[in-house]
Design a protein around this ligand. Structure first.
Ligand code: SF4
Length: 308
C-alpha cells in the first residue's frame, strides 16, 4: 500500500507544554495533592488515562461549566488545561484555597486577550466557535456582548445595534468555516473589525490536508473523537476531494474498504500521541490485500503509557 504521511502532524507546542507541565507537577512533592485537571488535559482519552494512572484526577462533566466544576474540588491543586478558562474560574479556585497551575496555550491566551480588549473598548464581539468547547465557554463568561456563532445561519439570527462590532474565532476552527462565516458577518456588518485567531498548528495541518494529492483513495486522521482539530481535519479532507475517516488506532481501520485502496494518506490531530500515528503508518505501509499475514490489526502501543 502506498502511504503518504502528511506533514506537519502530531503534537502542537500547546499540547507538548501542557503534558510536560502536568508530568512535572504530578511528580513534584512540593505541589499540593491531589492534583485535579479541569476538563481533559488534552482532548485525547489515552493521555487522560495515562495521567489517571499517575493519580491525576480529571474533572469532567459536559453539563457543568468550569466555574461550577471548581466548586466540586475540596482541596489540593487544580490544573487549567491548554484550552484556558475565564478569570472568574481562577479567582474562584484561589478563593477555595486551591493551588492553581495554568497550562493555557499561548495562542488561546492571545485569542482570549483579543476578546477582552474589544469588550473593554465597548465592542460587541462575534466569536466563531463550537458550542460547549472550553474556549467558547470561556469567552461567553466574559460578557453578554460576546455572541457565539458556528454557522452562517447563526449570523442571520444576530441583531446587533452597536456600531462597534469585532469578529474573532476559536483557535481550532476550520479555515474554511472561518472564511465562510466571516464573509457573511462582513456582509451584514460592513464596519466589523476582523481579528483572525486560528493557531498555526491548526492552519498548517488543514492546509496540508487540503493540498494533498487528489488521487489519494482515502485519508486516515488519527485522533480522539473529542478532538476538535482532528474532526476538522476529516471535514477539510472530505470537502476537498479525498474521503477521510477518524481512527484512534490501527484497530479502527476498516479492512474490507482498505482492500479497495492503493494509495492512502495519514495525518493526526494536535493531541495524538506520535506512537499511535507511527503504528498506523507502519501497518498501512506493509498492508497487502492478498497477504493475510499483513492484516494483523492489534495495536501494540495503545495500552502503553504514551505521554511523549
Ligand atoms: S491546537 Fe493550537 S491553540 Fe490548541 S493547544 Fe495546540 S497550538 Fe494551542
Amino acid at each position: 500500500m502506498k502511504v503518504i504521511a502528511l506533514t506537519p502532524r502530531g503534537y502542537c507546542h500547546g499540547v507538548v507544554s501542557a503534558i510536560q507541565t502536568l508530568k512535572t507537577v504530578a511528580s513534584d512533592p512540593t505541589i499540593k495533592k491531589p492534583i485535579h485537571v479541569l476538563g481533559m488535559v488534552v482532548h485525547n482519552q489515552k493521555i487522560v488515562d495515562d495521567f489517571t494512572a499517575l493519580g491525576v484526577i480529571s474533572i469532567n462533566d459536559a453539563k457543568a461549566s468550569r466555574l461550577e466544576l471548581i466548586d466540586t474540588i475540596s482541596h489540593g491543586t487544580v490544573v487549567i488545561t491548554a484550552h484556558g478558562v475565564s478569570d472568574d474560574v481562577i479567582a474562584q479556585a484561589r478563593h477555595n484555597n486551591l493551588e492553581v497551575i495554568d497550562t493555557t496555550c499561548r495562542d488561546v491566551k492571545r485569542s482570549q486577550d483579543t476578546v477582552k480588549y474589544y469588550l473593554s473598548m465597548g465592542y460587541d464581539v462575534i466569536f466563531i466557535g463550537k458550542k460547549s468547547h472550553p474556549e467558547s465557554e470561556t469567552v461567553l463568561q466574559y460578557s453578554s456582548a460576546v455572541h457565539l456563532v458556528d454557522s452562517v445561519a447563526m449570523v442571520d439570527k444576530l441583531t446587533l445595534n452597536n456600531p462597534l462590532v469585532a469578529l474573532t474565532n476559536q483557535t481550532t476552527m476550520s479555515v474554511f468555516d472561518v472564511q465562510d462565516i466571516g464573509e457573511k458577518v462582513r456582509h451584514k456588518y460592513p464596519h466589523v473589525e476582523v481579528i483572525e485567531a486560528l493557531c498555526d498548528a491548526t492552519k498548517t495541518r488543514q492546509l496540508a490536508v487540503m493540498h494533498q494529492d487528489k488521487d489519494t483513495d482515502h485519508c486516515f486522521v488519527v485522533g480522539d473523537k473529542r478532538s476538535h482539530n482532528a474532526n476538522k481535519l476529516v471535514e477539510v479532507s472530505n470537502s476537498h476531494g479525498v474521503s477521510a475517516s477518524l481512527i484512534q488506532s490501527i484497530e479502527d481501520i476498516h479492512l474490507p474498504s482498505l482492500k479497495h485502496h492503493t494509495k492512502v494518506s495519514v495525518t493526526s490531530g494536535a493531541s495524538t500521541p506520535t506512537a499511535l500515528t507511527k503504528e498506523v503508518i507502519e501497518f498501512l505501509s506493509q498492508f497487502n490485500k492478498d497477504d493475510p499475514k499483513t492484516h494483523h490489526q492489534v495495536s501494540q502501543v495503545k495500552d502503553q503509557n504514551l505521554f511523549l
